[in-house]
Design a protein around this ligand. Structure first.
Ligand code: EPU
Length: 302
């Protein structure tokens, strides 16, 4: 979708929104898949209500992009524009055990920065690519922890009220890879309350998690992490592996040889290839186990 009306373009500039016409989303997603659209980079959170009113008034549909690391985007010219926050400097400010973090901050860098200041708890998420806003939206978790446990307060743009709001941690429900945020809410910033731990101890935890991840996940390849959520009491990866589906391919979309719940783009996979592979694996699991696997990856298909 292209914004060509010069009046809208001029208003975007007034709102400190940077328009990048014809951006290939394949370059902004860890899967390396996705078509083309206009990208709107937002420098000031406060401009969001006016920006969204402007887009609505001109019938321009939109989607919010975080770090693009848990996302499968459709092919070709996309029927919506994409909004993304510009990362401010600094993006993490510490105040005792509280970390004030911008939604656009890189998750791994935030964990390392806090660790260097003797604040831990987030070690399990080291190595998970993406932004803090994206991790928050999905309640990212690994190795027995989840980001939601540390949330004290969230500032977000609420699509329902069209306002920027602040929610306290106990007003948000964080479940396994699910939160009470609406799909079109945009995470702007978060205050995390992190336990004090000596840097050395946190570093050891980080080392162990890194090792586990390296030995079991295809880190050097283009992927969106796990494709399916684990069904209650089971592992989607093990179920897919047990059916002998590692290496199953559609075009360049391929079930990883290392971890069967990671589907990798082994070259020039299209969204269509990846979606066909996902549907095929889901059907085989359904037939054998009678379980319908739910997507963990977020799909933006036109
Ligand atoms: N397994 C296999 N074959 C495989 C993959 C796994 O037999 O191809 C077995 C493992 O040997 C293990 C069990 O299945 O006994 C569970 O595997 P793993 O420890 O890798 O955990 P998982 O349930 O597959 C979850 C998260 C990961 C997270 C890891 C580590 C989900 C969907 N996945 O994977 O998160 O990194 O635990 O805590 O909850 C993600 O969110 O994108 C993601 C990758």
């Amino acid at each position: 979708m292209r914004i060509s009306d010069p009046r809208i373009v001029a208003k975007l500039a007034e709102m400190h929104v940077h328009l990048r016409p014809g951006t290939a989303l394949a370059e902004l997603t860890s899967l390396g898949i996705g078509g083309t659209t206009d990208l709107l980079r937002i420098k000031k959170h406060e401009s969001l209500p006016d920006l969204l009113s402007l887009l609505d008034a001109n019938h321009v549909p939109h989607k919010f992009l975080g770090g693009g690391s848990n996302l499968l985007v459709g092919d070709g010219e996309l029927p919506w524009v994409v909004l993304q926050l510009v990362r401010p400097e600094p993006d993490v400010v510490l105040d005792g055990n509280l970390a004030h973090v911008d939604g656009a901050a890189d998750l791994g860098r935030m964990i390392t920065f806090c660790a260097k200041n003797d604040l831990g708890g987030m070690e399990g998420l080291i190595g998970v690519p993406g932004t803090v806003g994206g991790a928050l939206r999905m309640n990212a978790g690994a190795y027995g922890m989840q980001i939601g446990s540390y949330v004290r307060e969230v500032k977000l743009y609420r699509a329902a009220s069209r306002k920027i709001e602040v929610l306290q941690g106990d007003q948000i429900s964080f479940e396994y890879r699910h939160t009470s945020f609406a799909p079109d809410d945009m995470m702007l910033s978060v205050i995390l309350e992190l336990p004090s731990k000596p840097f050395k101890v946190i570093l050891e935890g980080i080392r162990i998690c890194n090792e586990k991840r390296r030995s079991s996940q295809p880190l050097g390849q283009k992927s969106a992490g796990c494709i399916f959520k684990n069904p209650p009491g089971a592992s989607a990866g093990r179920m897919i592996d047990d059916l002998g589906l590692k290496g199953l391919s559609v075009g360049d979309a391929r079930v990883s040889d290392r971890h069967a719940n990671f589907f990798v783009n082994a070259g020039h996979a299209s969204a269509k290839d990846m979606l066909t592979l996902i549907a095929d694996v889901r059907e085989r699991i359904q037939k054998t186990y009678g379980v319908s696997l739910e997507n963990e990856v977020v799909v933006w298909n036109a």
